[in-house]
Design a protein around this ligand. Structure first.
Ligand SMILES: CC(C)(COP(=O)(O)OP(=O)(O)OC[C@H]1O[C@@H](n2cnc3c(N)ncnc32)[C@H](O)[C@@H]1OP(=O)(O)O)[C@@H](O)C(=O)NCCC(=O)NCCS
Length: 157
């Protein structure tokens, strides 16, 4: 996807940013000792499998944001898949529409592969609703963190 400001590519087309993406996810979603966990998540998304997939938004050659399409992002709800996961925008690039562009990119990518629905979870309310996600209830992120689960149909718009 190309816009005047950024382009969104699969991480395997820009693997030099894998360390940066790992650090973002570790800092945003991890704990002190979990960098290796996020490194393995990113590594697994570079194995040419359909899922998981990591995307990176580039401005010039600089990585500014990332998002993933994952098979599973919530162990307690393995009945649901795939997931939009690990959405992260570097601070200077927030508030400029990149979040919506990355959401749309994952939706289009999943739709093109025949997936009919998409899920995500968040700890906060009133954000994903703005983009058309439907809140479908609470669940637990392992082991005991309550999270909000969202769904959207990928039927042709
Ligand atoms: C969440 C995130 C992707 C949003 O990107 P963004 O470019 O800042 O978002 P947008 O410009 O689309 O929207 C900004 C709005 O989102 C709100 N928002 C962002 N993060 C929020 C949060 N954690 N809780 C509640 N609201 C949040 C802002 O307050 C702002 O509200 P306003 O429009 O009323 O001022 C970005 O802040 C980010 O990368 N955060 C760290 C990682 C993260 O939390 N990812 C989401 C995991 S579900």
């Amino acid at each position: 996807m190309t816009t005047p400001g950024w382009r969104i590519v699969p991480l395997d087309e820009a693997p030099q940013h894998a360390e940066q993406v790992t650090d973002w996810l570790w800092q945003a979603f991890g704990s002190e000792n979990s960098r290796a966990f996020f490194a393995s998540v990113i590594h697994s998304s570079l194995q040419q499998a359909d899922l998981p997939q990591t995307f990176v938004a580039l401005v010039g050659e600089r990585a500014v944001a990332t998002v993933g399409a994952w098979r599973c992002d919530l162990i307690s709800r393995q009945d649901l898949f795939p997931w939009l996961a690990a959405l992260y925008i570097d601070n200077p690039w927030r508030g400029q529409g990149l979040s919506e562009a990355l959401q749309q990119h994952v939706m289009s990518w999943c739709r093109a592969r025949g997936y009919r629905q998409l899920h995500l979870w968040a700890t906060f309310a009133d954000y994903y609703e703005r983009f058309g996600w439907r809140y479908i209830g609470e669940a637990l992120e392992y082991p005991d963190k309550p999270v909000r689960v969202y769904h959207r149909s990928l039927a042709a718009d």
